[in-house]
Write a protein that binds this ligand. Structure first.
Ligand SMILES: [Zn+2]
Length: 382
């Protein structure tokens, strides 16, 4: 992104004579030309998608008049954003450049344009594309004092810089939050556990727990959306007989894989004992906690969730050893490798930057305790 910032394509846009134009609009695929290298093209498009979710729908007079008219996903005709470049070149860029007394003002536009032969046609497209509600808001509002143009531009540029400086993790979290959940998955889990869940909390503890490696967060995500290729699912695709390859007795669905398979023995009880080190009075782990984690509790439950989710991942790995390499790993292997992964992850977390912060002190103490506990347990011989 920083490369792009200084590249010729974005800084001063040729057609829209405006700095960082492509990084300020939310609906520009047609304007991104073939001259632009593929990678930058994708970056710009991804950035515009990101803007779409961070930009609120304008709610007041000031918001509306400051909107760009071109390549704005809110101003669409037949599903496409508008792109009248010869308007932009003469300075008709924002809503404030074309409205007067709450209406799109033809006189104001005509006065600026060099070529008016298409004006009738263009005006009718513009009027149809312009959202109805905006007219209402424009009419109902007292006009504010306009800040001088230079100042507005400076603010905008700062906004863009601010957005560009955001950390990738923060962008990831916002994208996750904005994701409209497939209601089928939500309904499935509500019915399954007979509970109305608070989805945002669950998504944060499952998919954005900073104590977990990204691959495990993604695995949680897949379980939530039913995207794990368990035998039962493969059976529907006629690629498996549906039977669990570890116990060879039952159909393998996610619940069987994670909790009810006899090959798991008492692994969850052992996890339960271990997590008592962090939270002594924690409830018994059930299938619900294995899928959703513990959500409505304190920070120390991030650790509890870490213990659960890493074990979940390890169970999946063990299953894959069997399915893909016909390598049957015993329960001791599962437990020892779980502890090894856990120790590694705790060390990584303890070294990470956010752990250095003061507010993470309690977490650090608990993690140290847990690490000691893991060190003191003698590994079971396999
Ligand atoms: Zn089984």
């Amino acid at each position: 992104m920083s490369q792009m910032k200084h590249g010729n394509h974005c800084q001063e846009d040729r057609d829209f004579s405006c700095n960082y134009f492509l990084l300020q609009v939310t609906g520009s695929s047609s304007h991104i030309t073939n001259e632009m290298p593929d990678f930058y093209k994708k970056c710009v498009l991804a950035f515009q998608d990101y803007l779409k979710i961070t930009y609120k729908m304008p709610e007041c007079y000031g918001d509306i008049v400051n909107q760009y008219i071109w390549h704005n996903h809110n101003i669409c005709f037949n599903g496409k954003s508008l792109d009248f470049r010869h308007w932009a070149r003469v300075g008709l860029l924002k809503v404030q450049d074309i409205v007067h007394q709450g209406k799109i003002c033809e006189l104001k536009i005509r006065g600026k344009l060099k070529k008016v032969s298409n004006l009738f046609f263009e005006m009718s497209i513009l009027k149809k594309a312009f959202p109805e509600d905006w007219f209402k808001l424009l009419n109902s509002h007292e006009k504010p004092n306009f800040v001088n143009a230079r100042l507005t531009n400076e603010c905008e540029e700062q906004n863009i810089h601010h957005l560009l400086l955001r950390k990738p993790q923060n962008i990831y979290v916002e994208l996750l939050k904005s994701r409209v959940t497939v209601s089928k998955s939500k309904m499935y889990w509500c019915n399954k556990f007979q509970e109305n869940f608070e989805w945002e909390t669950i998504f944060l503890s499952n998919f954005a727990n900073r104590l977990l490696p990204r691959k495990i967060q993604d695995f949680n995500w897949k379980i939530f959306y039913g995207a794990i290729p368990v035998e039962n699912r493969l059976h529907v695709m006629r690629k498996s007989d549906g039977i669990c390859k570890l116990c060879l007795t039952d159909i393998e669905n996610v619940e069987h894989l994670m909790v009810s398979c006899p090959a798991l023995k008492n692994v969850w009880q052992k996890v339960q004992e271990l997590l008592k080190v962090a939270v002594p009075d924690v409830n018994i782990i059930t299938y619900k906690e294995i899928v959703m984690g513990y959500c409505h509790h304190g920070k120390e439950y991030d650790i509890v969730n870490m213990l659960i989710f890493i074990c979940k991942w390890q169970i999946w790995l063990r299953r894959n050893f069997m399915v893909f390499e016909s390598d049957l790993k015993g329960i001791d292997w599962l437990w020892n490798s779980y502890k090894t992964i856990l120790k590694g992850q705790i060390s990584t977390v303890l070294r990470s930057r956010f752990m250095g912060k003061r507010k993470s002190r309690d977490l650090r103490v608990l993690l140290d305790k847990l690490h000691l506990q893991l060190e003191s347990e003698t590994p079971i011989s396999v």
